[in-house]
Design a protein around this ligand. Sequence first.
Ligand code: MGD
Ligand code: MGD
Ligand code: SF4
Ligand code: MO
Length: 796
Amino acid sequence: MPENGFKNFLTNKMQRRTFLKWSGAISIPVIAGGIGTKMLIDRQEDKKKAKAESPEKMISTCSINNCGGRCVIKAHVKDGLVVRVSTDTRESGDISRPPLRACIRGRNYRSLLYHPDRLKYPMKRVGKRGEGKFKRIPWDEAIDIIASEVKRIGDTYGPESRYVNYASGQSWGIHGGKAAVRKLLSLTGGFLNYHNDYSSGAGNVATPYTYGTNNSGSSFDSLLHSKYIILWGQNPSEMIFSTPYREYLMQAKKNGAKITVIDPRYTDTAIAFADEWIPILPTTDNALMDAMGYVMITEKLHDQAFLDKYCVGFDGDHMPEGIPKEESLKSYLLGEKDGTPKTPEWAEKICRVSAEKIREIARAYATIKPAALIQGWGPQRHAYGEQVMRGGAQLACLTGNVGKLGGWAAGTGYWSRSNIVFPFSYDNPVKASIPCFLWTKAVEKGSEMSGADGLQGADKLNSNIKLIFNMAGNMLINQHSDINKTRQLLEDERKVEFIVVSDLFMTSSAKYADILLPGTTFFERYDIGVPWCFGDYVVFGEKVIDPLYECRNEYDVFSEVAAKLGVKEKYTEGRTILDLVKESVNRTKKELNPNFPTFDEFSKIGAYHFKYDEPLVGFKEQIDHPEKHSFETPSGKIELFSKQLWDMKQPNEIPAIAKYIPAWEGPSDPLTEKYPLQLIGWHYKRRCHSTYDNQPWLEEAAKQEMWINPTDAKQRGIENGDRVQVLNDRGSLVIDVKVTPRITPGVVGIPQGAWYTPDKDGLDQRGSLNVLTSQRPTPLAKANPQQTNLVEVKKM
Ligand SMILES: Nc1nc2c(c(=O)[nH]1)N[C@H]1C(S)=C(S)[C@@H](COP(=O)(O)OP(=O)(O)OC[C@H]3O[C@@H](n4cnc5c(=O)[nH]c(N)nc54)[C@H](O)[C@@H]3O)O[C@H]1N2
Ligand SMILES: Nc1nc2c(c(=O)[nH]1)N[C@H]1C(S)=C(S)[C@@H](COP(=O)(O)OP(=O)(O)OC[C@H]3O[C@@H](n4cnc5c(=O)[nH]c(N)nc54)[C@H](O)[C@@H]3O)O[C@H]1N2
Ligand code: SF4
Ligand SMILES: [Mo]
């Protein structure tokens, strides 16, 4: 949070007043073309006249941040100012065109737009890196510096030294900061790529070993056919995956589907939807999964015909050539090789779900058909996250719920059947690519990285990372693991020599910029909003007002950098952002979907729903017509046993079948003697990651606080509302506590995304949990284990 963000905002109450004050404080010529500002000043001069002349107008637009939804945002504009924001008011009912209604963050968008702490002009660092001291500079100077550093660092260290960091603040539109920089770098020699993501990083790599793809989900309208739904570590009441998902869940419930939630926390979803909440210790899901499999097999509830026909590796008769029979899944579950049958009693000691309950849900899932086991990604953002995603898929196969309407194949769960054309493309001449989570390693010792670190596209790198663009992301500091370690790395100016950040606010990452660019909000530019999985609709992003202050769109800024470097024509191809949006619409209509609206129609209707006769069911073709459609795995079947994983010869951390592996910093790690509590995070309703953390209305709606069970609180003399210190060997933070039975004993939960706010001793004051998380990657995917942490909690 900016030092005075909340205070400022609360004491000044009226944003317009604050905004006016600020506008008056600067000299007018620097307000580059800001209609909003200009109108405001007019208004100051002659309020009455302006009022009479300009009635309120409603403009429909769309926000483009990285929650999985996209919503209709109606900006009510008067005198060039957004005076109110409303949203899609259509009633539920037409389930093929569900309302695209904004969540609480969306109701706050006007406060985001006019927040007094908006970055207002380009700035250059003047203090030490990270200190947060900046001086205002003109745009020309910022563009000159960026162009010359891009060139200098490219010439000195080669293109692989230039990196565009993972940043999701502007994802899911058709342009944006990352794409703007990537194209510029592609046209001037290239840049080091990254692959994978922070969201479902372990699952993205693991699920394809089972199914050949991550598209293991079905469209949400398929849930209307489910009789039983297990939400395994998924919390759609709070975590937006797709705006209409909850409409479908609600309808499924009305249709009589039984819903079970498996989560260490009694989540908002459990409250709103669940017939049953099954609390579990973090990192132990695979023990529960193994025992459910054991129950199904020993009680003969499993779908043997499905397993025989579609899968490799269930039993000794269906193993890949040359693999001993006792390596099968069935043999593992029955304990034939290791002498440990994976009984419910065995699992109970590990995961704390009672043996009786394990039998109950195993029986329910195996017998109530069709049943959808949908996996959230919280359980895979863990030390051995790969196992969880393959483990869920394994259960879906044991019960024969794959490829069936109302079933679900589990695993990562992507799907997509709608699409639009993205006309802003680039071709990076550099092919080398690192796992996104290992960027700090690539800063420290990139040139020593190899395939064992997940490096792809090259055997080695020619340079460490020397230049970072961080466009609309808080990953430099806040969202990456182990903030204290990252801080040290970035503070050393000999390592990364130049950092550019574009953001709306002075975030913790923005403080590490050498050049800091003031970005625009979605109100200030054209775009098209695409929901995750292309979720059956797209929303038109109308430009509502001109950019405020000196804020600029990244596309426009990097067109100018391109001009300095002599590649402007190739960069823009003569197109403005509006041209890009029009091209996307026109080409989508022409090349992909003749029913797609024209640009004029699209801007009028605001949102377009793709139309389908029936729900999309993951793997339906492979199940209905296996002779024509095989799975994209080496064997063409579902690989419960993966020969590829077997050949890696690391059975303890990368087994060929999914199984429970006790996690480092899990409940059985000896480190629990020093740090006895498991700390997890979750994606909070009042933020999109760190975005909106500085919004006081949202803080009122859902404050930053840590959940702790009454048993653990009592042992430490902690009461509801107390301020506590949370610590481990990597760092510490202070936060208020909520003492609640809504979290499993032995576990504490801090909503992820709070802005890192250290005091002078480096103690975080805001509850930014990445001071406590680890940079050790998961073994196979090299993904972020940000939910696996042991800590102790002390009353302050
Ligand atoms: N401990 C822990 N850490 C996590 C996670 C976790 O579960 N636990 N989750 C991980 C996941 S899944 C993800 S996706 C990442 C997300 O991490 P990030 O990708 O860094 O996402 P945000 O924190 O939302 O940062 C987005 C930034 O963009 C800015 N911004 C928003 N809109 C605009 C715009 O239009 N223009 C410009 N220029 N800037 C804009 C916002 O102010 C904000 O600072 O975090 C990861 N980190
Ligand atoms: N409101 C809101 N919505 C968002 C986002 C946001 O920041 N805010 N971010 C978006 C993004 S980029 C992403 S990637 C998704 C994230 O989607 P998810 O990763 O699915 O969301 P999380 O809240 O991190 O985790 C889901 C649940 O997993 C539980 N959990 C944690 N560890 C374990 C475990 O070991 N076992 C089990 N069974 N459960 C566990 C948590 O308590 C939580 O309720 O959300 C998207 N939607
Ligand atoms: S944050 Fe996501 S769900 Fe909320 S209004 Fe914006 S796009 Fe919609
Ligand atoms: Mo994410």
